[in-house]
Ligand binder design. Structure first.
Ligand SMILES: [Zn+2]
Ligand SMILES: [Zn+2]
Length: 486
């Protein structure tokens, strides 16, 4: 038993209050006046929040980023080989060496690229993969070539001058990452999230080709640490129902991204006249998929970034959503959202899965959004306008794209580059707790500090609503201390 005496409890959108709070077993047993008892650990004057939920995370890929070698900081050929050598013993345990984020254009020796022979000198018995920062190509040593290519040669994917392979090799490599490494990646990611106060996550999982990772994440059981609400990124409604999943989608692409000029726009890109981006579905195809998934009783969400893509998805949802949006269908990202689309989304009651840190990275004056969109920068991630229209937002990181750290996300909400689009601390915290949990149908179990709910609690010494530091000092998950100390 844990007893918090005279705690300040913030659980928006409910009103904050000061009370005693008793944790018994895995649940919040009582909030109010509680007599001290000898068998409870007693803590006085703490500030409590519900555990955070990250409403959009690629958990496996984030786990990989914690296990494999990150070359982001490498600035020379020498540093490259030094980091490979110091990572070699870990790689031997894994059975292969996988490094990512190599940016040849940032090296002292401009545009030097690792040759097969040079990689063989690091280890000729261990497969070595060096992935470039953009993710689209990879350098292999001979052992890696044998491992990847022995049954289905893809030599045509090879640039013979540099030893560099294209996406085919990258995909093949992802497929061959063994089950135990995948399982470890999930568990490492879960532990990392708990340390940041994230006790639940909407996990984007699998792809069009395979849903095998669903079984792997399920098999991690309690070792995963967090509550995972799975969004299988696969269009096969039958397969999803067979796996007893209740949702469909995630980053299933309606369009691409602004960075690569593939997000679909109603008017062309400011810096690429004539280019409207790409829609990956016809309206008819999307309508059919949405209807079929809705009839199967599934909750849905899709990746839609440009206004044209968001409009297409809203039009598809409009044909199935019942008043109040009982299945809680969502749109992920919804980055360019002008007033007419805000209005339509509000009418439908659709939920937006947003990433506030995108504004920090791309929304600044002269930043990527401004370059691509010109004046339309006014309507990128317009959180204040969205909330004022009565739309619910669930906040996430899209990790590994941004760090899965709600403390950073809350800061981003409060510091939107467009002052009129900033939201309040209470609203930002609610987007990372109650509303995120509502957006995966789990509000009867978690997401609030309420009697009877699971005791997923964040503990602070100082009131974060005043200090604006939202990194918890301790994290309690189902009544147990899982990170930090009280
Ligand atoms: Zn996406
Ligand atoms: Zn995503």
């Amino acid at each position: 038993m844990i007893l918090f005496k005279d705690a300040l409890i913030h659980s928006p959108p409910r009103k904050s209050l000061r009370a005693d709070l008793l944790v018994e077993g895995s649940r919040i047993a009582k909030i109010g006046r509680v007599e001290s008892s000898a068998d409870a650990g007693i803590y006085e004057n703490k500030v409590l929040l519900p555990g955070y939920i990250d409403s959009h995370i690629h958990l496996l890929e984030y786990g990989y980023s914690l296990i494999f070698l990150d070359l982001r900081e490498v600035r020379s050929r020498e540093e490259f080989f030094t980091s490979l050598s110091s990572y070699l013993s870990t790689a031997r345990e894994l059975g292969f060496l996988y490094a990512f984020n190599l940016a040849p254009e940032r090296l002292k020796e401009t545009n030097w690229e690792p040759l097969t022979d040079e990689l063989d000198r690091v280890a000729d018995d261990l497969p070595i993969f060096i992935r470039r920062e953009d993710g689209h190509s990879v350098y292999l040593n001979k052992a890696a070539r044998r491992w990847l290519l022995y049954d289905q040669p893809i030599e045509h994917a090879n640039d013979h001058l540099t030893g560099r392979f294209n996406e085919l090799a990258v995909e093949r490599m992802q497929e061959r990452i063994p089950r135990d490494v995948r399982s470890e990646a999930f568990i490492k990611a879960g532990a990392d999230l708990l340390a940041k106060g994230v006790t639940a996550a909407a996990v984007m999982i699998g792809d069009e080709a395979s849903l095998g990772d669903v079984e792997i994440i399920r098999s991690t059981g309690a070792r995963l640490g967090i509550e995972a609400a799975l969004f299988p990124q696969n269009r096969d409604v039958g397969k999803i129902c067979d796996l007893e999943l209740t949702r469909l989608g995630g980053c299933i692409l309606i369009d691409g991204s602004f960075g690569s000029h593939t997000a679909a726009l109603r008017k062309p890109y400011t810096d690429a006249p004539g280019n409207h981006g790409i829609l990956y579905f016809s309206q008819k195809e999307l309508d059919t998929l949405v209807r079929c998934a809705d009839e199967a009783g599934l909750q849905m969400t899709f990746h839609a970034i440009g206004d044209e893509a968001i409009e297409q998805l809203i039009s598809a949802y409009q044909k199935v959503i019942e008043p109040g949006n009982p299945r809680r269908h969502r749109i992920e990202h919804a980055e360019l959202l002008p007033p007419d689309l805000i209005e339509r989304a509000a009418k439908l009651g659709v939920i937006l899965g947003v990433q506030p840190c995108f504004e920090t990275i791309w929304g600044q004056e002269g930043g990527m959004y401004a370059e691509r969109l010109g004046d339309r920068l006014r309507w990128t991630n317009p959180f204040r306008s969205i909330l004022d229209a009565g739309i619910r937002i669930a906040a996430g990181s899209d990790a590994p794209i941004t760090a899965p750290d709600p403390a950073e996300g809350i800061t981003a909400f409060l510091n939107h580059p467009i002052a009129e689009e900033r939201i309040t601390v209470e609203e930002a915290v609610a987007a990372y707790t109650y509303h995120g949990v509502y957006a995966v149908h789990l509000e009867d179990r978690i997401g609030s500090v309420r009697e009877g709910l699971e005791a997923d609690l964040l503990v602070f010494d100082e009131d974060p609503f005043v200090s604006l530091n939202f990194h918890p000092q301790a994290v309690i998950r189902r009544g147990k201390l899982v990170a930090g100390s009280i």
